[in-house]
Structure formats: C-alpha cells, structure tokens
Design a protein around this ligand. Structure first.
Ligand code: K7E
Ligand code: CUA
Length: 656
C-alpha cells in the first residue's frame, strides 16, 4: 500500500473498530448460551480444572486464575514492587529488581510461557518477559515466586520473548527495537539506523534440574523490529520463527514509514545449527556488555545480584545456513506454530488474510536454494509462494495471534474487527466466528501452544471493556472472555476482569501442579544468616548505629514485643523468623513510619525490613495478617530515644 492508501485503510479500520466499541452490539447479553452458568460454576469447596497464568501487562506482575470459574487466586510479583508481599521492599527481595541501570522497580510484562518437556507443559516453571528494561524471569510453580531474573544485553525492548523450545533447552528473547550493540561505539546518529542498528536474538539456556538461566549465545541480525516468535516443535523442532516488522529500517514515524513495504518477514532460524556453531567455538566474545543476573535462594530466603560482562555473539550474516527470511504480509505480529510443527501462521496486523507457511515447503526451498535474487542485508529471502501452504481468505480485519486445539483447528484473534475466528489448519476454511467485547489482543487455548493442546477452553484477552462491567471512572477493568470450544461453534461462557493488561497466558491442568505446591518452608533447612532459632534466641543487638532485631512470630505474639534503647536515626533491621510449621500460616510485620512496606513471612521463613526512626517516641508494631482469634493482640512497642541517649538496649516478651 502507498502511504495515502494506507492512511485510508487505517481510517476505515478505525471506523470499524469504533463502531464495534462505541455502542453495545445488539444481542451482546443474550449471546451467552442457556447453561453457561452451570459450565463455569465451580461450587464452593471444589477446584477449578485449570490454573491460568496471565500476564499483568504494565503492572509488571503475573496473576493466577482458575478456569472455568475465572476466580483470581494470586498475583505473583515479578518485575514490579508489590507492597502486599514486600517484593522489592524487603532486604531479601531488593536484589531481584537490580539491573545494570540500578534498582528498577517497574516493568511491563507481556508474555508468559510454561516450561516444556517433549513439547508439553511440565509444570515446573513459568517464564515471563519484561518489555521495557529487557529481562526474563522464571517463576517456580512450587512456591509461586519469582526465582530468577536475567537481564538481556544488546537489546532495546524485550517484547519478542520468552519463547521456549520443545524441551526448554532455551528460552528465546529477541529485541523489539534494533539498536547499536552495547558499548561506547553505540553513540551514533539515529539516522544512521541502516548502517549501525542491529537486532539481537538471545538464547538463554535453562538448567534441567534447577532451571537456572544463562545466556548461552546471541545471534546478531540485520536491524529489524522483532515482534513475536514461536519455537518449532515436532517436525520443525530445532527451528525458530520470528515475526519482523519495519523491514523498511526506518527510524522515525514508524506508523507510516514502517508500513510501506507490502510484505515484511518471518525470520526462520535453525537454532540447532546455531548451537552447533556456538559449541564449536564460533562467534566472538563481546566483553563490553553489562547485565544483571539475580537469583532467589530458597534456603537462605535471600536473593543475590551479580553483574555479568561477557556474551558470545554469532553474526547470522557470517553463516550460510542459520537464518532465512520468509516474506509475510504487512507488519506481522504473531508467528505461531501448529501442534505438529508443520505449519507457521503469520498474522499481519494490517493484513486482510492469514498466510500459513509450510515447514516442508520451506525446507524444500532451502534445499533447492530457491531464493529471491537479492539477499536482505546478507540473509537469503525465500519466495513467498515457495514457502506458502495457503492463505485463509477473508478471515477478518487485523489478525494478531493464533492458537490451536486438539482437533486440527486454529483460532485467530482479530483486533480491528473484534472477533475470534476458528479455521481449519489444513483446508484453511473459516469454520466459525464469534464477537469479542472488545478488540481482542491475545487469545489462549488451554495448551494451545503445545504439541497436544488440551482444547476445551479458549480465553480472549480484550483491550477494551467499555460497557461490560460497572463503570469505575475513566479507567475500566481489562477483561478476559471464556469460550467453550468443545463443539463446532464457539460458545461464550463468561466475562471476568483481569489484573493489569493481559497479554498472553498459559493454562495448565490443575492435576499437573496442584500437589506440588509447597506448604511450608522447613525451618530446619532455613539457612538465613539472620534466622532466629526459636523464641529463646530472640534478641536485639547493636553495632554502631546498626541495630538488628532477631524476632520470631507464632500465634499470637511477637518475640520480643518490647524494645528500648533505639536511637533516632539508627538503622534498624527487623529480621523476622516465622517459626510456625503449618500450611497457610504467614504472619505479617509492620511498624509505624516504615517507609517501605509491611512484611509477609511464610512459615519457616526469615524476612527483613529496614526501618530508620525519624523522631523520638513510642512506635507500635503489629502483625498485619489476621492469623488467629488473638491476632489483634499480636503487637508490640519500640521506644526511640534521642541520639546518644543512655537508655539501655533491652528487649523482652512477657516477663522482663
Ligand atoms: Cu499484547 Cu503479545 Cu505484547 Cu499482541 S502483544 S496483543
Ligand atoms: Cu500473626 Cu496476625
């Protein structure tokens, strides 16, 4: 499309989207089938069939829902501080949010992917990306805590992430914004994009046992914007497919300038080959990078933060058989691989059809060097028709993402025409379409990115809510809509609000993970350096102006609960050990004037909060979690005296 045509197209598209969202479509309320309530109702005391891990978008967190009920179980803090759980406020968790830019307490979490064994969720970990300050996180599915965060160097915006290979060999992250590689030479004019800006794709290895991350290597590519990706599976295992936009390599007014070319690309990468080259010692060590690697230790209950300074980079242009470009219409967003791995679905945000590529054809074309005569910055470009399985005709407007069921069907979300469309992967025939309220972004079928989708449910994650819920001021709840996809026609069952903007999600069968959930931390394995071994050891110690309070909690008292001899301006560390060994028995801790948050300490765990009293007086503290009938009694006092006062440092509970 020429710029003018494009603008007209966009105007039409916007008009369509406005007309969809501005007034309530007729029959929106009655589109729900008669027994939907029964099919989503999980009676009190009964469990949901699936856990669903949902991205929280610009809240930086992840939330856990049950399906089909849509009940919210938990918000897991990942890239943003969370005062409810003291994430990023307690001394133990602060290192988790350290980066090469220092402490970064916020990010934008878009994509969630589970760890896989043989292409199926194995229930060990959930991976998540941060979009802004490029990082990857690993969440442990026994503790529902973020166990690890690694920063990604040479990257500007980590949108295209975290995509997991068939056996979680790698979690893959690609740069959204190509930028000059890190280091002093990156100070270049921005209009030198074409010469100096490069893409980087990171292969982060995952230790089979511990899950620990390590950036194995990076691939350097031409300066493209990578958007989304999927690892191959089944027949295409060993490959990676990444959608790329801005093939124009423009650096300003992308809205127009990056929409010039009729086709952008899906980059196909032979990652097994790349791994081979890397293991054979190919590539260069780049030593001017700085990236954080933060780990949470479940025995010391403490995170560590280190800065790494080295990464191995392989330039794809130096190898003939690493990367290929498949032309894909108009700024592709999703690049999704079918359960068998045979088909790759591209979703051009501005396209009015869905191209479906065939892995077999792609391989044949590579085998026959059936390429366009001109390379793109050194990378072979396939002929569109040579890789194409076929196009889904007239599917809707603005395709974004595709997921799959267990019966050979694909489901694509359409942002502009606000609908979910079901089509047959082989025949490419459209089978059904249902409206979403409104403007669906991602969609998720239970197991829909695995080798054997569980099917049954589809959730549409919508960008606009408008009239669906009671109004709450200018900002309305983001929302999810649950569809039953077990029959020929999709049936809308339920609307439920989400925490933050939901991008992607993963549904895992409850039976896969529910029995692995940790109940308590064994206090005998608590190796926290400031642990208190029982009430007899509870005490207060001073070293200069640093005061350490070794405190225990158990229903329904804190030990010690009377503390004197603290001076204004002291640095006071409350090391709280919860000596309970019962499931679901955390205690909280808060003290007047604390400038951070409360603490919430799990049974058997030690956590620390820092407090600097700013005035003289008596400061009450208390347990913040209603833990017992005498929870309100679970409290104490600190006496703060002027600097240099000779009030002796004392502490006790009960008898002085
Ligand atoms: Cu929301 Cu996956 Cu960031 Cu599409 S992206 S919608
Ligand atoms: Cu412990 Cu309330």
């Amino acid at each position: 499309m020429k710029p003018k045509q494009y603008l007209l197209w966009m105007a039409a598209a916007t008009a369509v989207s406005l007309s969809f969202s501005a007034c309530r479509p007729k029959g929106a309320g009655s589109a729900v089938s008669g027994n939907a309530a029964q099919r989503t109702y999980v009676p009190p005391g009964q469990y949901d069939e699936f856990y669903t891990f949902t991205s929280g978008g610009f809240s930086g967190q992840m939330s856990v829902y049950g399906l089909p009920s849509g009940r919210l179980f938990r918000v897991i803090p990942v890239f943003s501080v969370d005062p409810e759980k003291a994430w990023g406020f307690s001394e133990e968790t602060k290192p988790m949010l350290m980066t090469s830019h220092g402490f970064v307490p916020w990010d934008d979490l878009h994509h969630i992917e589970s760890s896989f064994t043989d292409g199926m969720p194995d229930g060990k970990w959930i991976f998540a990306n941060s979009n802004n300050t490029p990082r990857l996180a690993r969440i442990d599915l026994t503790t529902y805590r973020t166990s690890e965060i690694i920063e990604i160097p040479n990257t500007g915006g980590n949108h295209c992430s975290p995509f997991t290979t068939e056996n979680s060999e790698y979690v893959i992250a690609a740069t959204r914004f190509s930028v000059p590689p890190d280091g002093p030479a990156s100070d270049v004019p921005i209009d030198s994009y074409k010469e100096n800006f490069k893409g980087h794709i990171s292969f982060v290895s995952v230790d089979k046992e511990t899950g620990e991350f390590d950036i194995a290597f990076q691939l350097k590519t031409p300066g493209l914007n990578f958007d989304l990706s999927s690892a191959g599976k089944g027949v295409s295992n060993g490959w990676l497919f990444i959608s790329c936009y801005n093939s124009e390599q423009s650096h300003t007014l992308l809205e127009v300038n990056a929409s010039q070319n009729d086709k952008d690309f899906i980059m196909a990468i032979n990652w097994k080959k790349a791994e081979e080259y890397f293991k054979a010692g190919k590539g260069t060590k780049q030593t001017n990078v700085r990236y954080a690697h933060n780990k949470y230790d479940e025995h010391t209950h403490t995170a560590t933060h280190e800065i790494k300074t080295e990464v191995t980079v392989l330039d794809v242009a130096d190898f003939d058989d690493l990367a290929y470009l498949i032309p894909c219409p108009k700024s592709p967003h999703g690049a999704d691989v079918s359960p068998t791995g045979e088909y790759i679905v591209g979703s051009g945000k501005l396209a009015a059809l869905i191209p479906v590529f065939s892995f077999e054809k792609l391989q044949n074309a590579i085998g026959n060097s059936d390429f366009e005569s001109e390379r793109y910055d050194g990378i072979p470009v396939m002929k569109y028709e040579s890789a194409l399985h076929g196009e889904v005709e007239k599917p809707g407007l603005g395709p974004l993402h595709t997921e799959f069921d267990d019966k050979g069907n694909a489901y694509t979300s359409f942002f502009v025409s606000s609908e979910v469309v079901k089509w047959d992967i082989k025949t490419l025939e459209v089978l059904d379409r249902q409206p979403t309220y409104y403007s669906v972004g991602h969609l998720m079928v239970a197991g829909g990115n695995s080798k054997k989708p569980y099917g049954k449910y589809l959730v549409a994650y919508n960008k606009i809510t408008k009239d669906r819920f009671l109004p709450t001021g200018p900002e309305l709840a983001h929302s999810a809509q649950l569809f039953d996809i077990s029959g020929d026609k999709m049936e809308l069952l339920l609307d439920f609000p989400t925490i933050g903007e939901p991008h992607y999600a993963q549904s895992l069968p409850a039976d896969l993970i529910k029995d692995k959930s940790l109940k308590i931390y064994d206090i005998n394995n608590n190796n926290h350096p400031f642990k208190t071994n029982g009430e007899a050891e509870a005490r207060v110690e001073r070293d200069g102006n640093i005061v350490r309070v070794y405190m225990t909690t158990i229903r329904s008292h804190l030990t010690p609960d009377v503390i004197e001899g603290i001076h204004q301006g002291d640095e006071v560390y409350f090391h709280i050990t919860n000596i309970e060994q019962d499931w679901d028995m955390p205690h909280g801790f808060a003290i007047k004037g604390a400038g951070n948050s409360e603490l919430l300490v799990m049974p058997g765990e030690t956590q620390t909060i820092k407090w600097v009293p700013d005035r003289v007086g008596i400061f009450p503290f208390y347990c913040t979690d209603f833990c017992s009938a005498l929870h309100q009694e679970m409290s104490g006092y600190v006496r703060v005296s002027p600097k240099g006062s000779n009030v002796a440092l004392t502490s006790y509970t009960g008898n002085k």
